[in-house]
Design a protein around this ligand. Structure first.
Ligand SMILES: Cc1cc2nc3c(=O)[nH]c(=O)nc-3n(C[C@H](O)[C@H](O)[C@H](O)COP(=O)(O)O)c2cc1C
Length: 185
């Protein structure tokens, strides 16, 4: 399968790194767009260069509105678009159809072309504005997931918690995985 992974500047870039690794391990094809703020947050929170951890996919410049991914005729060839993590700023752009960068344009194009769009939103608490924007996007066809790991699968490590969230992202596009133990009653 073919996916587009967009990474924005919310706390939680390790979810993007793990999703990237898993999709590559499973043999899927990936296009990548990383916002300037995603790199900044990764650097501040983990002291590392995010781009060095996302090697092996074609990287598109977030400022390049002429990227093939900005066009519906290209984007329909992809199985889904992930925005992981999705900042509330990017969320607002998507909810209002405004485009300040390629990530916003890809999200808008995914919605209009009915390409599955999966957003992993990270903020706490949510304001009414965030909730309204999420509702708008769910109604427009996006899957909105909170970056909230569960405890029913018995996580022992931080990695287990990250894997749970990444497993849920893959569930949203029906990609088979073994990242967490499903609840069996
Ligand atoms: C260390 C750090 C952590 C941040 N965490 C969040 C967050 O969890 N959620 C969020 O929506 N924005 C967060 N922000 C703010 C965004 O980075 C900011 O709104 C930025 O403009 C988002 O741009 P982008 O969507 O183009 O990546 C954080 C910023 C910094 C510096």
């Amino acid at each position: 399968m073919r996916f587009v992974l967009c990474v924005t500047g919310a706390s939680g870039t390790p979810y993007a790194v793990r999703l990237f690794e898993v999709l590559k391990e499973l043999g899927h094809e990936l296009e990548l767009v990383v916002s300037e703020h995603a790199r900044l947050v990764h650097e501040r929170e983990l002291g590392r260069d995010l781009l060095k951890e996302l090697k092996g996919a074609r990287l598109h410049d977030e400022k390049n509105m002429a990227s093939p991914l900005a066009s519906g005729s290209t984007l329909i060839k992809y199985d889904a678009v992930f925005i992981v993590p999705c900042s509330t700023s990017t969320l607002a752009h998507l909810a209002h159809g405004t485009n300040a960068n390629l990530i916003h344009r890809i999200g808008e194009t995914a919605l209009k072309e009915r390409v599955p769009l999966v957003l992993l939103v990270r903020e706490m608490p949510y304001s009414e504005v965030h909730l309204k924007n999420m509702l708008t996007l769910v109604r427009a066809g996006a899957a909105v997931l909170p970056a909230s790991p569960a405890f029913y699968h018995g996580p022992k490590t931080l990695q287990d918690m990250i894997d749970f969230v990444v497993g849920k992202l893959l569930d949203a596009v029906r990609v088979e995985h073994h990242l967490y133990k499903r609840w069996s009653g």
